[in-house]
Design a protein around this ligand. Sequence first.
Ligand code: ACO
Length: 432
Amino acid sequence: MPEETLTITDNRNNKTYTVPLFKGCIRTMDLRQIKVDADDFGVMGYDPAFMNTASCQSAITYIDGDKGILRYRGYPIEQLAEKCTFLEVAYLILNGELPTESQLKDWVKEVTHHTMVHENVKKVMDGFHHDAHPMGMLMSTIAALATFYPDARKIQDAESRRLQILRLVGKMPTIAAYAYRHSLGLPYVDPDNSLGYAENFMSMLWKMPAEPKYQPNKVLARALDVLFILHADHEQNCSTNAMRAVGSSQADPFATTASAIGALWGPLHGGANEQVLVMLDEIGKMENIPAFIAEVKAGKGKLMGFGHRVYKNYDPRAKVIKRLADEVFDVTGKNPLIELAVELERIALQDDYFGSRKLFPTVDFYSGIIYEAMGMPSEYFTVVFAVPRMSGWLAQWQEMILDTEQKIARPRQVYTGVAIRDYEPIEKRATK
Ligand code: ACO
């Protein structure tokens, strides 16, 4: 018997059961032995929205939501954001250790080698309407890659996984940028292998046809790289859970990633950064903030970019972003929305409605203001979030595949429908 246990008394028959505690958890399967008779299925856990259920063991990202701590592989996010490049962090997340100089050189070279897309991928993208949402284009094009790389189905083959990871990390900025170019009717820009990851993304977004070479602004490129670091992983969030759940059926990583992108798109998750700008535009002026807050408190909408399932303290990424915003605005000029956002945050944090519910600004509250200052439209913000999150999704996917305890993710349900009834011919059915 392990050292820590939990004793459960079944008050239906006064039987007691002792179940092991492991890392503060019980295994919910241990409840199944609790039955009133042999026909009883046994006790299950009921936990809609996974409020108190750990779905896996993971060594990638650590969050202490009460203290506002975020670490990738044990390294504090603040240190990584200050000292690393995004590709260095992506390597860390995927491989568990920071790369040596030669490992980093090889990794950057390999990712860069995989940035180009097949010409037919561009044709897939050409098929979208000019006003298609860029997240829809991104999700569908990543799914389409499954048809270009059927070898990706060999998910148990470590070498194949490595190749798909390189393809996905490499091609993500290219496809993301092409979604933007398509909506503007501009020709696609080939990746420029002499540029860094964020710089190359900027080149593919903004290089004009007459320009021989795109010269990225170094401050903006670094800011984008830091934003990529901040968004690289966030443990078992909605899209990562989708990644693991879909991947557990042994679907290939392109189909699996497309489902994660779909989950990220939702306004309660990654789509919140787009909604923050919509909200700020609606508020418009400082004097409208109190009325807006009153509406939120009355349940007529949410303060977008506030609140988190895990953070019950200030999101450490939001602190880094606030500092970054000033550096970006020195180049782009101040986005007037920042003052509105800061004031909105100040008023909300003083209000007991938000205080008592531990609602704080998250990364999304400020990221969109920076993206907008850089010249991106609001419907594009979630795409910029998805680009670096690819490395996190893939690390979590690979961890799931290598975890011998994992099986196809298939929850139970509590059935609440009609128990049984007889078929009725259509002419005898009454409107109910
Ligand atoms: N504005 C106003 N009230 C809120 C907000 C908000 N942004 N977030 C939560 N609340 C309230 C809820 O109404 C609820 O109040 P009640 O107890 O009186 O019913 C209470 O705070 C608890 O909120 P839940 O919705 O139960 O918390 P949950 O963990 O399920 O939701 C979520 C977390 C989805 C992030 C929520 O805070 C939200 O909708 N925020 C706005 C959308 C957003 O910014 N999402 C981005 C999250 S970060 C990311 O995914 C990248």
